[in-house]
Design a protein around this ligand. Structure first.
Ligand code: SF4
Length: 345
């Protein structure tokens, strides 16, 4: 772990760092811009800085390096999935997707995950460690350079529970939003959580207009606890209360992710309960057809069933969409790519 990660600090911290080493504060801004606007990787290329400063920064071991290990291109759409190699040889994954509104990237926030959701490949080896802000930023910058695209939307929905790596994720958000850096609007960032209730309150108090997306997956505590251990710690009523607080504090509409599993959470009673739970929220539901992983034997709901569930929610005035499946030919579900790679090699 580095004491300071020069490509994972805020603009203010970058200025402070330069002043602390006897340089002028504006050098910090130049450094920040080099990493976050120019997506610079090799500090020797930061020609705006004096050569002796570049050399001492290069030797400092304070710049986090991430490499693209492998890229998988979908044959059915323009989705690209990336495996990245970290300095400690850990592997993470991210996905680039193209939509009508632009390019979106889904990044990881941890190596593995300790939340234990039974339908998720990311958690099968547990949590190995948190990602640093620099490692999160680098996933985006490396993809943009490799695919020659500019990202307009970011989703924190890859491996890891973002609210379980709270401070680093918050710093990442600050950096990626900074107008002197990449300048991504908070409104174009979605943070997905399995429902770490105390952290939802903390996040609400930060008052960032990002979209908060809750992985709900069942409207019943009992079922939810079967597939998501977090539900044993925080009941749905507590979760809904936190969501209302978030919505009231930030003025942002809540999004709920709902992976449909045949016979488990796609019944009429599930739909009815869902409508009841969301009645006090301006909620949007994203229905996701299950991507089976070999460690979980649930079946996906049939296409007709997904449509029926959607129609029911819409008839009750709940905004509902079915998530379009991107890159389903290249190991689609969260954490599956990394897991397949680790098992093979
Ligand atoms: S779904 Fe998200 S929170 Fe749950 S185990 Fe997977 S990565 Fe972790």
């Amino acid at each position: 772990m580095k004491d300071i990660e020069l490509n994972g600090i805020t603009l203010e911290e970058s200025r402070e760092y330069m002043v602390n080493i006897g340089e002028k504060g504006f050098r910090g801004e130049q450094l920040f811009t080099f990493f976050n606007r120019n997506k610079g990787l090799d500090i020797q290329q930061a020609k705006v800085l004096p050569q002796n400063l570049r050399e001492s920064l290069a030797k400092s071991q304070m710049i986090t390096k991430v490499d693209i290990l492998k890229r998988f291109d979908s044959n059915i759409d323009s989705t690209k999935k990336y495996l990245f190699l970290l300095e400690d040889k850990n592997i993470i994954e991210a996905v680039l997707m193209e939509y009508d509104h632009g390019f979106s990237v889904c990044i990881s926030t941890q190596v593995g995950c300790r939340m234990g959701c039974s339908f998720c490949a990311s958690t099968k080896g547990g949590l190995l460690r948190n990602l640093t802000p620099g490692e999160m930023l680098n996933q985006i910058y490396l993809i943009e350079k490799d695919a020659k695209v500019d990202i307009s939307n970011i989703v924190l929905m890859g491996s890891g529970e973002p609210l379980d790596n709270y401070d680093n994720v918050l710093k990442f958000l600050n950096i990626i939003h900074e107008p002197k850096g990449h300048n991504i609007s908070y409104r174009n960032i979605t943070l997905s959580t399995c429902g770490v209730v105390p952290r939802i309150y903390d996040l609400a108090k930060e008052n960032l207009p990002i979209t908060l997306s809750i992985s709900l997956h069942s409207p019943f505590d009992e079922y939810r606890a079967n597939i998501m251990p977090i539900a044993k710690a925080y009941k749905i009523d507590e979760l809904m209360k936190a969501c209302r607080y978030y919505e009231e504090s930030t003025g942002r509409r809540m999004t709920f992710e709902y992976t449909l599993i045949d016979g488990i959470n796609d019944r009429i009673v599930d739909g009815e309960r869902l409508v009841y739970l969301l009645r006090k929220l301006n909620a949007h539901i994203n229905l996701i057809p299950l991507n089976p992983i070999k460690e979980y034997d649930g079946n996906r709901t049939h296409r007709d069933g997904v449509e029926r569930f959607k129609r029911y929610l819409l008839s009750k005035n709940i905004n509902t969409t079915i998530r379009s499946e991107k890159g389903s030919d290249i190991s689609a579900s969260c954490g599956q790519l990394r897991r397949d790679y680790l098992e093979r090699d």
